[in-house]
Design a protein around this ligand. Sequence first.
Ligand SMILES: [Zn+2]
Ligand SMILES: [Zn+2]
Length: 561
Amino acid sequence: MDWVTRAADDAVRHAGEGNLVTVASGASPSGPIHLGNLREFITPHFVAEELRRRGVPVRHLHSWDDYDRFRKVPAGVPAEWAEHIGRPLTAVPDPWECHDSWAAHFKAPLQESLRQLGVEMEEVSQTEMYTAGAYREQVLLAVSRRDEIEAVLARHRTKKVAPAEDASDQEAADLADSVANDDEAPAPSAGGDDAIARFPYRPYCRECGRDTVTTTAYDDATTTLSYTCSACGFSGTTDLSTDTDGKLVWKVDWPMRWAFEKVNFEPAGRDHMTPGSSYTVGTEIAPSIFDWRAPARVIYAFVGFAGVQKMSSSAGGVPTATDALRVLEAPMLRWLYVRRAPTQAFDIDFGPAVVRLYDEWDALGRKAADPEKADVATLAWHRASATASAGTLPTPAVPVPFRTLSSVADVTAGSAALISRIVESSGFPHASVDDLEPRLTKAMQWTAEHVPASERTTVRETPDTARLSSLSEDEELWLRIFLDRLPDDGDLDEVTAVVYGTPKVARGLGFDDAPTDEVKADQKDFFRLLYNLLVDADRGPRLPTLVLALGTEKVRRLLGA
Ligand SMILES: [Zn+2]
Ligand SMILES: [Zn+2]
């Protein structure tokens, strides 16, 4: 039994047997949504998939917290965007001018990645919900019972302990940022009216659109709220029964939506689980004010990254799903998230570990094909590989190992003809370039974007005449044998035999003889010589692959024939 099974059981128990189950996620499109935040979306997705598998009616509701305020101007954005601080994310223009708003700019790439990942959600915009008055009844309810709400908030405020262990870590804080805002009103200044200063609803200023407002009065009889705006000086009123220009503060907004959408399961980041956090407070407010029991949940840990130093990530060094999908097949990215419990932190490594990850994935796929070997690991493979509505997600028709494709990509500079010739001679005789996709493209992108230049292969243009004129006796002999035996149109097996067999022949053995210790030592020296002469390095991609990629003619020329 894996975490998905347990979470699905919890969700059904919360909803009650036979009822529609609502699993939910929420995120603020305030910036790039990176791989850590992806857990917010993908955790309920797997739970929904498990329920679909069981035939339980389920919906995955995703709330875009796009009515949240724009909080700060990030690096790389013109300084004049500071004038938009305090406005809803949907009201802030897109500095890159490719979308309707700031919010749309950051939703779009994630939506595309989720589509590739087979994650289907019912998306709800909080801007649309609030401005349409969808929550009017709930807003009026919260406001009329603001004293009870404040009593809960106050109790947790005094209990609030030192920040969680990670709060000092800027990265962790930023991670928390884009999932949810915590916009509780600041403590009132001395002599201020507590009840008004901590009002659970905050309007956006009618004049300038910012939330830089101070509530000055509220009339329960007329539901009229009076405020002044510190940014533009406007003083005015808004009628909560008819106007729709504000929102509940986050700690009230979240439990309100659990009730409104009848949420049965929702994951939350670890930052929401500290004393006094929005989840803790929401757990009390939901039943007492909105008549809904807090949903079943899992707490998810952070996702870290390695091997991204050289990557020009859209998220300023913190990779997004878009970045990961340039390197990993969609089922593999899903697998990274489903194979571990959400409570486990993990790193995604974009460096050399990618090659091993592909090997591990391919091996698991072979195991999963045998029902006799079914276990938790193969269950994760199946969960990662297909969804109820998308079916099996794209994988290559011919699964050539990633390590082969990446070294082929390295030495062929992306030539389709060469790639197909090498792959064909590597034991995949009927593989067209199309059969290698989507893996081939990812191997090419990984090689170009994550393999440092010092480890890339640079094929020599001209023979190294200095090296060739100072060969030792052994080296001369090896080259003579090699050039003599190298077939003009050989396949990978034939070329491999010549590469490994040359030092054997030089010692009087045959190609098929087992190598002696002397031969093994010679092979090392001979291979280095070939790398020196072909790619100006002491090592490189597998030599048979390299020889095939360069073609016999070029190899002969560089070896001085
Ligand atoms: Zn844009
Ligand atoms: Zn204003």
